[in-house]
Write a protein that binds this ligand. Structure first.
Ligand SMILES: Nc1nc2c(ncn2[C@@H]2O[C@H](COP(=O)(O)OP(=O)(O)OP(=O)(O)O)[C@@H](O)[C@H]2O)c(=O)[nH]1
Ligand SMILES: [Mg+2]
Length: 451
């Protein structure tokens, strides 16, 4: 990504389609000249002014509202002009074409947000929060993104970095301490400060993990033998007939996904082909795909026909789950055996006796899912976070562990100071105080154009 900060960019900021209003955004140093050509009179900043926009042949393109935000009081920190026209694809394209002909270029994906970041208007977590807010699938995710956008996550990181800097300064102050006075070192203070730091990073990691869940959703995979009732359960959870249900074993052969909202948390439910050895090549491809989904699951619902339920069947099916993914066993079709719904939990996993057909026990499943996914705590007070934030926090945690080791192994203050510096560097990548062009390119190119 080039650092061509001074050229002027423009893009349609609203989605393509028919709408009452469509917005074109312009940002950069040539904005005021473009404005002059569009509207020769003086425009009061941040006040809407209605005007007609004509092309070079003096044909009227559209009637628009112009709003001018002179630097630095704008989203990007540069001169920004917004044209609010009618929201039709053709008319907006014509307007944009005209604006581009007046001396600017089409913006790249995420370029407005990138400029806002580079000009210090927002930090990196806030820029990411804008994208997350726009892409939110549930209200909780939107609220979480808003919290990040307000700077709550960044504030926590800044507090942590301040504490790290203190510890590092303390280590550096005692670094040249003569060996014979080593007993006078405030070792306890070092230990206490390190412990507080580790504790804070641990708590932040927990929040970031929940925030990541809030953003990405939870992956629930339905698996089991053919005919166990997987597709029936998908349809029950999604309250629709997303998947074909039939009494023919091997009905579902491909992966079917749908999304549900469980107390504000987005849950991706995946229905899979029945697990069995088969000579049918299409069905065995289905089983392979099912296994791939099992690898990615946050939790597996293993559905077993209660009439087939025994330890052997259970073991055979559990063997398909190679990772340590949590499993809930659904013992379905209890209506045929006249059994009552029940939730039985052991150390390993919970089992729920229910009937998808009659609906008996389905409430137990919902309650269980809310418990194990802890939807309440996921949604409450959490800010959205991304995988890269978690990785940076883990890196900081590792550096702090190294620091503790270096303190225990003969009070090696130089190494401890270096560990603190490493932890600080990792944390700074979260807010963007320390970044690389690669990282910025990766983040902003995933945004949409006009953002
Ligand atoms: N009696 C009874 N029948 C059920 C229940 N749940 C599902 N069934 C029936 O069991 C049959 C198989 O259901 P599906 O949901 O298609 O099963 P599946 O696990 O998706 O099967 P495959 O896609 O073939 O792997 C259908 O005839 C369902 O109506 C239940 O709780 N009780
Ligand atoms: Mg099915």
């Amino acid at each position: 990504m080039t650092k061509d900060k001074t050229d002027t960019i423009a893009a349609i900021a609203t989605p393509r389609g028919n709408a009452g209003v469509g917005v074109i955004r312009i940002s950069g140093s040539a904005t005021s000249e473009i404005l002059q050509q569009l509207y020769p009179e003086k425009l009061e900043p941040r006040k809407a002014t209605l005007t007609g926009i004509t092309d070079h042949q003096q044909r009227l393109i559209d009637q628009v509202l112009l709003i001018y935000f002179p630097a630095p009081n704008s989203f990007t920190g540069e001169d920004v002009l917004e044209l609010q026209g009618h929201g039709g694809m053709v008319v907006l394209d014509m307007l944009l074409e005209h604006v581009l002909s007046l001396g600017c270029r089409q913006a790249r994906a995420g370029e407005f947000s990138e400029r806002a970041f580079l000009n210090g208007k927002i930090d990196l977590t806030q820029a990411e929060a804008i994208a997350d807010l726009i892409e939110s699938q549930t209200r909780s995710a939107a609220r979480g993104a808003m919290r990040s956008l307000q700077g709550e996550f960044s504030l926590e990181i800044h507090r942590l970095v301040d504490k790290l800097v203190h510890l590092r300064m303390l280590a550096e102050a005692y670094m040249d301490f003569p060996d014979e006075e080593i007993d006078d070192l405030p070792v306890l203070e070092f230990e206490q400060r390190l412990a507080v730091l580790k504790d804070t990073v641990g708590k932040l990691l927990l929040t970031a993990n929940r925030g990541n869940l809030l953003r990405d959703g939870f992956h629930l995979v339905l698996a089991g033998r053919p005919n166990a009732g997987k597709s029936s359960l998908l349809n029950t959870l999604t309250k629709s007939d997303t998947a074909i249900v039939s009494d023919q074993a091997g009905t579902t052969r491909d992966i079917i996904r749908d999304r549900i909202d469980l107390d504000g948390l987005a849950i991706d439910v995946t229905d899979t082909a029945g697990l069995r050895h088969t000579s049918d090549s299409i069905e065995s491809e289905g089983v392979r795909r099912a296994q791939r989904e099992l690898e990615k699951a946050d939790r597996v619902l293993l559905i077993i026909d209660e009439a087939e339920y025994d330890q052997e069947t259970k073991n055979e099916l559990l063997a398909y789950i190679t990772k340590e993914t949590p499993v809930t066993i659904i013992r379905n079709k209890i209506d045929l055996l006249n059994k009552d719904p029940e939730l039985i939990c052991s150390d390993n996993h919970c089992e729920i006796l229910l009937s998808i057909k009659s609906g008996a026990g389905v409430d137990l499943l919902y309650r269980h899912l809310k418990d194990v996914i802890a939807t309440d705590s996921v949604a409450e007070g959490v800010f959205t976070a991304r995988r890269r934030h978690i990785e940076a926090l883990l890196e900081a945690q590792q550096s702090l562990s190294n620091a503790a080791t270096h303190l225990q192994q003969g009070i090696q203050l130089e190494l401890l100071a270096e560990d603190c510096r490493q932890a600080q560097k990792a944390l700074n990548t979260i807010t963007g105080e320390f970044t690389t062009e690669d990282l910025l390119g990766k983040i902003f190119s995933s945004f949409c154009i006009g953002k």
